[in-house]
Design a binder for this molecule. Structure first.
Ligand code: ATP
Ligand code: MG
Length: 436
């Protein structure tokens, strides 16, 4: 009598229940769904976008899930690319917008490592399977733009309403499959002001070490999402609370005990969050430079105490800190180069002798280095007067700038003479330091 073998039916919410209006959905996502549908495929807006629309938050981007296979999708859209080698996604371009289109997948059937971590997730599946392989109930809602319904297999609709992050299935098993989901739980909870359901939260502390098995590049990507969520301060506080920060960014272990480090970090994170929330761009290199600055300073001091000259001690410290990071959360080279430049500018900005100051203004990273020094000044690490001097100096007209330089002219000569007798004097770093 019961239709036992049939796929479970989703709960269906109409527009009167979900309140999502079509005009809040991107043109590109609507077009992708419409075209797929006109070729007899099913197509839904899925994931974070549906969750955000239900919450009245503007989605970052729109993902589409469909039963069409990647090559079929690619054929339908002239401006599209196949992405990925093993499991293919399609990026469809509409003007400046990119819609990510993926084929329904089954979470099972992939290979796993000894801890249960899924190494591959590349088996196509049905819509029901696709819903079950997603991480949280709130992320597993399917919006059909054609009839304007939301399909819900796992109670995500109610969870969004009661602001709960709940894993789909058994928490321990799902976190073992992919430990990054623990980070994601924290990010979504902090960003959306959700609580993590107690059963979802329970195994996190115990499984935190599994994060070590996640490829360092993947960890970096998820960490970047977290830091650029517009709620980085809240996210990091929560990571610490859940015991997830060990091994990710070692500095998070110590900042609590170091009030000055804490203040610097807090300022950096708050500034980042404000910029993101007001639609301004943020430089990941600047952010990671700030996150690791305390470590660099500590290593710098140790190196100096071993009788190294100041600048070489700083360069060694930068490499030591970045090398130690690489195994945990590998920061791409394109960022580390800039991070080093920002760090290396710090002692140089503390010098104000005339000619050097002028040269620094033309340094390609001057602006980032200066912004970084402002944070240091605000946290009490360098005198505010130094920061103010640079603020005035860079905006000054030529005449005023020259006037500002005059008092420095005499000491500069002395400094130069001294350098001759004692090369590498920490007070007088050479202008052509490596990496600049
Ligand atoms: P954001 O607003 O940050 O983009 P999102 O929920 O859209 O949030 P994405 O990383 O863009 O997050 O992923 C899109 C969707 O893919 C998620 O909503 C979820 O359904 C699924 N997903 C992503 N990562 C995982 C994962 N590690 N495990 C299971 N499902 C995942
Ligand atoms: Mg998304």
């Amino acid at each position: 009598m019961f239709n036992m073998g049939a796929e479970p039916a989703p709960k269906i919410y109409g527009r009167d229940k979900h309140g999502i209006v079509r005009s809040s959905i991107s043109h590109g996502a609507l077009k992708v769904c419409e075209i797929l549908r006109s070729h007899n495929y099913s197509a839904y807006i899925v994931g974070g976008a549906v969750r955000d629309l239900l919450l009245g938050v503007v989605p970052k981007d729109f993902d589409v899930a469909t039963d069409a296979h990647p090559e079929e999708i690619h054929r339908l859209f002239r401006r599209s690319h196949l992405i990925g080698r093993r499991f293919k996604l399609v990026h469809v371009l509409f003007g400046p917008e990119t819609v990510e289109v993926s084929t329904f997948r089954a979470g099972e059937g992939g290979e796993a490592d000894e801890h249960g971590r899924l190494l591959r997730d590349n088996v196509y599946g049905t819509r029901v399977q696709d819903a079950a392989r997603r991480d949280f109930t709130a992320n597993a809602l399917y919006y059909d733009p054609h009839d304007e319904t939301v399909l819900d297999y796992h109670g995500g609709f109610a969870d969004v309403r009661r602001k709960t992050m709940r894993i789909i299935g058994d928490a321990s098993l799902r976190f073992r499959e992919d430990p990054v989901r623990m980070l994601r739980a924290v990010r979504f909870a902090a960003k959306l002001g959700f609580t993590i359901d107690p059963k979802t939260r329970a195994p996190i502390r115990e499984l935190a070490d599994l994060m070590e098995n996640v490829p360092a590049a993947r960890l970096f990507e998820e960490m970047l999402k977290l830091l650029l969520s517009g709620h980085s301060a809240a996210c990091l506080a929560k990571l610490r609370k859940e015991g997830l920060h060990h091994g990710l960014l070692p500095l998070l272990d110590v900042v609590v005990e170091q009030p000055q480090g804490e203040r610097f970090l807090r300022l950096a994170l708050d500034q980042t969050d404000t910029r993101i929330q007001t639609g301004k761009s943020v430089s990941p290199a600047f952010l990671f430079a700030a996150l690791l600055w305390h470590e660099v300073q500590a290593a710098w001091k140790i190196n100096e105490s071993k009788d190294m000259r100041s600048i070489p001690a700083l360069y060694l410290a930068m490499d030591q800190v970045l090398d130690a990071q690489t195994d945990k959360l590998s920061i791409p080279r394109r960022l580390t180069t800039t991070m080093k430049e920002i760090w290396a500018l710090q002692p140089r900005l503390e010098q104000r002798s005339g000619k050097r100051a002028l040269v620094l203004l033309t340094h390609p990273r001057f602006r980032a280095g200066y912004d970084f020094m402002l944070l240091r000044a605000e946290s009490g690490e360098v005198p505010m007067e130094l920061a103010n001097w640079w603020t005035r100096f860079q905006d000054a007209e030529l005449e005023e700038r020259n006037a500002m330089l005059i008092p420095d002219a005499a000491p500069r000569k002395r400094a130069r003479r001294r350098r001759k007798s004692k090369p590498g004097d920490p007070q007088a770093p050479p202008l052509d330091e490596p990496g600049n």
